[in-house]
Design a protein around this ligand. Sequence first.
Ligand SMILES: Nc1nc2c(ncn2[C@@H]2O[C@H](COP(=O)(O)OP(=O)(O)OP(=O)(O)O)[C@@H](O)[C@H]2O)c(=O)[nH]1
Ligand SMILES: [Mg+2]
Ligand SMILES: [Zn+2]
Length: 312
Amino acid sequence: MSRTAQREAPAAPASGVLLDGLVVASHRRHFAVRLDDGESLECVLKGRSMTLACGDRVRIARMAGGGSIEEVAPRSTLFYRSDAFKEKLIAANVTQVVGVVAPDLSVDEELVTRWIVAAEVHDCRFVLAANKSDKPDFDALLARLAPYAALGYTVVPLSAKRDVSPILPWLAGQRSVLIGQSGMGKSTILNAVTPSAGAKTAEISEALATGRHTTTHSTLYPLPDVLGGGWVVDSPGMKAFGLAHVAPDALEHAFPELRPLIGHCRFRDCRHDREPGCAVQAAVERGAVAPHRVALLHALIADSKAARVRGR
Ligand SMILES: Nc1nc2c(ncn2[C@@H]2O[C@H](COP(=O)(O)OP(=O)(O)OP(=O)(O)O)[C@@H](O)[C@H]2O)c(=O)[nH]1
Ligand SMILES: [Mg+2]
Ligand SMILES: [Zn+2]
């Protein structure tokens, strides 16, 4: 990604001292920053060309009533989604993506795969949190998630309302981002993990009926010390997850079942479509790879190429 190292020449701040901190909430061009000494500061972004997300390490110049963000440290990852027109930053420097699903909605296989692809291209661990295990139709949800477990992704059944403990070992020591559709219980998980969070949650009927998301912008919460540090970012519910920013060639590497096959097709530039000697199609024919996964790969490649043609 081209966005991993952004720095702007710092203008001399009044005090001459820059303070180190972590972006914990972002709303348009206003940011809440937690300084390393624990103080919280409302900050504005200095450079117009800079972009910031929760999880960014920044340097601040103190101003009356808050701070001005002067520098952004190079990032290990920048997790974002995109569509044809814009990019939506979700979190920076994450090590893990936690997709949250629940029995209220049928599993959107394409959406889940898109989260996984986003995690894979950033070398982030991906975990599926199957929430609301107290609901009667939970077993049907688990059955729908079995193919992801077969691909090697951990599926963690839990009830954020009754017992959040199954997810704790997965969050411990990681810098995670919770993603998922509205009403699946991301904020409820967060409140149960870090009781001081106080993130707003809402009745699902309310969220689905009004189409309004309870969480309106991403917020970062440090994990309690007993979990060995790290943090979790709670993000607003999302129905779509555009991947147009991922280069076409990177996409096939994000499908773990295809990785051992890459390089084994007869043609080096094989598109795994109808070319003779295609190792991917051969694997589909012998039932080792699900055809809908290959179809989705083709759809993602087409989107990514179309976005590039449009000049992105
Ligand atoms: N039965 C049951 N309900 C739950 C559980 N976890 C969360 N809920 C409920 O699901 C509803 C939505 O929860 P939220 O935490 O607000 O969902 P969210 O994913 O943060 O939603 P957005 O912020 O809109 O993206 C609330 O009414 C929660 O009380 C659970 O484990 N079991
Ligand atoms: Mg929420
Ligand atoms: Zn091929």
